[in-house]
Design a binder for this molecule. Structure first.
Ligand code: UFG
Length: 350
């Protein structure tokens, strides 16, 4: 298939683009570079052994997005583009709603107009909200997220569901309306890097997430890790999360894309997680092992909005997509460390 990967220059998008190419698909990337460096692409091309077309485009620009589709001949879209920092979204809700919703609307409108119905959406476990019981299952009623970033994911899932439902019900003479097949992929906590160590996660500024923060401590860019709370009702008092290797996540996208033709529901949600919870202290221990020495940390106050524990029930993706996460926590740490130690300051600027 000829696949448009929006946000394909970013962390998960770049790894997924490689997995798609390896699976025999043609990849075209659209990226605005607001959250990624231009030096990612040549490294991707070096791993892939071929050039990868990339369009520098802001998808909130509906006219530009339409032009991309008019010339694109796409069979499917994987939509990663979007702002993703939980804390920042609380400070800048309008920017988050405007960017994430507008860009998705531009893409879906262009897909409808140009008859492209296959869509894989980058959603998040955050759609389950704060009160869902663990493990999270796709058939839970999700209603809201505690922050604007998560709320954009909930809203986009709704927009896609309504769009597909309208098309199924329509007695329309609109010839281009495609038969929608949409997979909503709800990620748990993506970590790790491509085994080459040449691409990986490269957050701008101070990392919000645990793994990139820890790897910056290990490489000497930060003094120590602050662990947000050690009085949670968990075995060691620190929060538990379902960390998933980005290569497994990338394989999950390929599996979901290849399964769209067999997907009976127009819209189907899938959890992409391992099904295991790992505590902050356990992750620190595994990363220290990968680095070869203990890493400095202190306990601090709880972070607002954090919940004690969550992990996936990945049964649906296992059975329907034939996909399963295979990487261990040790591999996640080793691969993250290979990338970070070889690229202490991330991708070069130019
Ligand atoms: N943590 C620390 N210190 C840090 C950073 C994180 O102790 O410096 C802890 C957090 O308190 C949490 C755990 O490490 O207990 C994981 O935190 P992350 O920020 O790495 O991940 P979250 O589970 O909070 O966030 C993830 C995704 C979001 C998504 C959210 C809810 O990154 O995109 O899950 O599903 F919205």
């Amino acid at each position: 298939m000829r696949v448009l990967v929006t946000g394909g220059n970013g962390y998960i998008g770049s790894h997924t683009s490689l997995a798609l190419i390896e699976a025999g698909h043609d990849v075209v990337i659209a990226d605005s570079f607001i959250n990624s460096k231009r030096t990612v692409l040549p490294r991707l091309e070096a791993i892939a052994g071929r050039s990868i077309p990339l369009h520098d485009i802001d998808l909130t620009d509906a006219a530009a997005t339409d032009r991309l589709f008019a010339d694109g001949n796409f069979d499917a879209v994987i939509h990663f583009a979007g702002l993703k920092a939980v804390g920042e979204s609380v400070q800048k809700p309008i920017e988050y709603y405007r960017n994430n919703i507008d860009s998705t609307l531009s893409v879906v409108e262009a897909m409808k107009k140009h008859g492209v119905g296959k869509f894989v959406f980058s959603s998040s476990a955050t759609v389950y909200g704060e009160k869902a019981p663990v493990p999270y299952r796709e058939d839970f009623e999700y209603l809201q997220s505690s922050n604007p970033y998560g709320q954009t994911k909930v809203m986009i899932e709704r927009i896609l569901t309504d769009t597909a439902a309208a098309a199924s019900a329509a007695t329309t003479d609109d010839e281009t309306t495609p038969e929608w097949r949409i997979a909503l992929l709800r990620y748990f906590n993506p970590v790790g890097s491509h085994p080459s160590g040449t691409i990986g996660e490269d957050p701008q500024g101070i990392p919000n997430n645990l793994m990139p923060y820890l790897s910056q401590v290990a490489v000497g860019r930060r003094d120590h890790l602050t662990i947000f709370g050690n009085d949670y009702p968990t075995p060691d008092g620190t929060c538990q999360r379902d960390y998933i290797h980005v290569m497994d996540l990338a394989a999950g996208h390929v599996a979901a894309l290849n399964h769209l033709d067999k997907q009976t529901d127009p819209v189907r949600a899938y959890n992409l997680g391992t099904g295991n919870g790992t505590s902050v202290l356990e992750l620190v221990a595994a990363f220290s092992q990968a680095v070869g020495h203990d890493l400095p940390y202190q306990f601090g106050a709880r972070r607002a909005g954090d919940i004690a524990a969550n992990w996936a029930d990945p049964t649906r993706a296992n059975t329907e997509l034939g996909w399963q996460a295979t990487h261990t926590i040790e591999q996640m740490c080793e691969d993250t460390w290979r990338w970070q130690s070889a690229n202490p300051t991330g991708f070069p600027d130019a």
